[in-house]
Design a protein around this ligand. Structure first.
Ligand code: HEC
Length: 319
């Protein structure tokens, strides 16, 4: 297994908030989980566990079993701390996880949950430190793999427990086309932009079936400017995109401009009620379509150009 020290060292520096949880969760998405807290790091006892994670999108469906395994005693029914993140039904548990936290003001209780698993204050009286190497042998404590999942869930945007449609590609992490200024966002997102260092992200939800088209494209972490949804028949630049403004253009061949939208709180969706369904632009069952959202990025960032984009999303349409 490759030990990607460069990614570990480069990440907090790029983010500029060294040793904060924010940096830790961002780094987690680079397949590296720093299972240490800042004090341990300062003592040079920092344990870096490598978490071999696929770059799939982590939803609450992945994180919920970890909370059920570790937190049920007090957060399944009893509701200590005002929430039940381990409630058996993941939809209810997710709703509770999105309530505002008192432990991490300005964040959700889900975010605070990961903070408290890492700082060793939860599970309460479990005798855990938050460092899985030190906690090995204590059955109450989360394993390195479990921590990697909940950290990825936070880093990738605390997604609800919904099934996702399509596969992310062209995130500016891979050769031969990295982000133009080394400004990679998260692995499943576009390049970082002035309004969001994690990069804007495109996901698909709902059924990509020609007979029962329920597919909705959803872009998040967008700046407050117009966002253009496009579709192409192929992935640009052998799948890794081509440089375009401050980011990458991910799609090519028969490019269709689907819709321009103004994001609300950083999020834009297509189609919206009243729009033609996406399948109108699909010729035949089995067609593979490539989607992306391009957006204006007026602030000077990376290059003098004012464009950037999300990751690409590859969807295979079934009959
Ligand atoms: C033995 C009981 C117990 C267990 C097990 C437990 N907790 Fe808690 N939890 C509490 C109590 C009591 C509080 C309220 C007091 C406090 O915040 O310290 C609390 C509060 C919290 C809060 C604060 C909520 C907020 O708004 O900020 C979070 C987050 C939390 N717990 C996460 C977890 C997670 C994650 C787990 C599992 C890894 C867990 N707890 C396991 C007893 C427990």
């Amino acid at each position: 297994m490759a030990f990607n020290l460069h990614a570990i060292l480069a990440c907090p520096a790029r983010i500029g908030v060294a040793a904060s949880l924010h940096a830790l969760v961002s780094c987690a998405a680079l397949s590296v989980v720093a299972t240490c807290m800042s004090t341990l790091c300062m003592l040079s006892l920092c344990m870096l566990a490598l978490a071999p994670r696929a770059h799939a999108q982590t939803t609450f469906a992945d994180a919920h079993p970890v909370f059920v395994a570790r937190c049920s005693g007090c957060h399944a029914v009893v509701g200590f701390g005002g929430f039940n993140i381990a409630y058996p039904d993941p939809v209810s548990a997710y709703t509770d996880a999105q309530a505002p936290s008192y432990y991490s003001p300005g964040q959700t209780k889900g975010y605070a949950s990961v903070v408290r698993m890492l700082d060793g204050t939860m599970p309460m009286n479990g005798g855990c430190t938050g460092n899985p190497a030190l906690d090995a042998g204590n059955p109450l404590c989360a394993t390195a793999g479990e921590l990697a999942i909940v950290q990825a869930w936070i880093a990738e945007g605390q997604l609800p427990p919904l099934a996702m449609t399509g596969t992310s590609f062209c995130s500016g992490h891979q050769d031969p086309t990295p982000c133009p200024c080394g400004n990679a966002g998260l692995p499943s997102a576009g390049c970082a932009h002035a309004a969001n260092e994690l990069g804007a992200r495109l996901v698909g939800r709902g059924s990509a079936s020609l007979a029962q088209d329920g597919l909705v494209l959803e872009a998040t972490r967008l700046p407050a400017s117009s966002a253009l949804f496009i579709q192409g028949d192929a992935a640009a630049g052998t799948g890794q995109g081509q440089v375009f403004g401050d980011g990458l253009l991910c799609v090519t061949t028969n490019v269709v401009r689907l819709r321009t939208r103004t994001p609300i709180a950083g999020t834009a969706r297509h189609p919206a009620p009243g729009d033609a369904p996406l399948s109108v632009q699909v010729q035949a069952p089995g067609s593979v379509k490539h989607y992306q959202v391009l957006f204006r990025n007026a602030a000077s960032y990376c290059t003098s150009s004012t464009w950037n984009g999300t990751n690409g999303l590859r969807v295979t349409w079934t009959p």
